[in-house]
Design a protein around this ligand. Structure first.
Ligand code: FMN
Length: 202
């Protein structure tokens, strides 16, 4: 059993999604004591944005610099870790109504035609099915279906769409919402989400 733990907040110790992914990973370590855990801290060590040079390298063109070469290798490792994982735990802060750009850069490396999806006669087909994804979502406001800002949720809805596209249907969101409304709401939302994370089913 392999678990991939990805954090993507830029808020370091103050990050709520990081606190939640830690609880989730601990929970799964308890459920599967011999589990192999890989960790990617995209806040501390972000992948570069995809560029023309990255795409050209995939077609066999020599990368223009060592920096691009290293970044390509890190991107390939990210894809390998994603493909190898049975469980993927993702810390996903909402920044400007979407995911962090660090998480988007990682998504750009794992959505690879021929590896995690393909286009066939019936249209797109996900190739990464059978995995379990747990997203620790943290956001300053409220974006539930009944909230006035629901249409601005391009974070959870986006992640669900991406993973569905890759063939993954077992997706759970552990959510702390309204964390910037007040300190009391922040504490309550974090405590409730952490309690939920600690009880996740295998
Ligand atoms: C750059 C930035 C942009 C943000 N944009 C939004 C936003 O669009 N909507 C929202 O509700 N909260 C927003 N927030 C608040 C975060 O969603 C909130 O702080 C959350 O806890 C972030 O997750 P993290 O603590 O793991 O980084 C933003 C915070 C930052 C730092």
């Amino acid at each position: 059993m392999k678990l991939l733990h990805v954090d993507a907040s830029i808020l370091g110790q103050n990050s709520i999604s990081r606190q939640l992914t830690a609880v989730i990973v601990e929970r799964f370590r308890g459920l599967h004591p011999d589990m192999d855990v890989q960790y990617a801290d995209l806040g501390a060590e972000p992948l570069g944005h995809l560029s023309g040079a990255h795409l050209a390298a995939a077609q066999g063109v020599q990368p223009p610099s060592e920096a691009v070469q290293r970044d390509l290798e890190r991107g390939r490792a990210a894809l390998r870790d994603f493909l190898a994982a049975d469980i993927i735990v993702i810390g996903a802060p909402m920044y400007n109504f979407s995911v962090s750009s660090q998480l988007k850069a990682w998504i750009d490396r794992v959505c690879v035609a021929g590896q995690t999806f393909r286009y066939g006669p019936q249209g797109p087909e996900g190739l990464a099915g059978g995995k379990k994804v747990i997203v620790a979502s943290s956001r300053g406001g409220f974006y539930g279906p009944q909230s006035p800002a629901a249409a601005l949720d391009h974070q959870e809805s986006y992640l669900r769409g991406v993973f569905n596209f890759l063939g993954i249907t077992d997706i759970t969101f552990v959510r702390a919402e309204g964390v910037n409304i007040s300190p009391a709401q922040r504490e309550a939302a974090l405590a409730a989400a952490a309690a939920e994370a600690a009880q996740l089913a295998a």
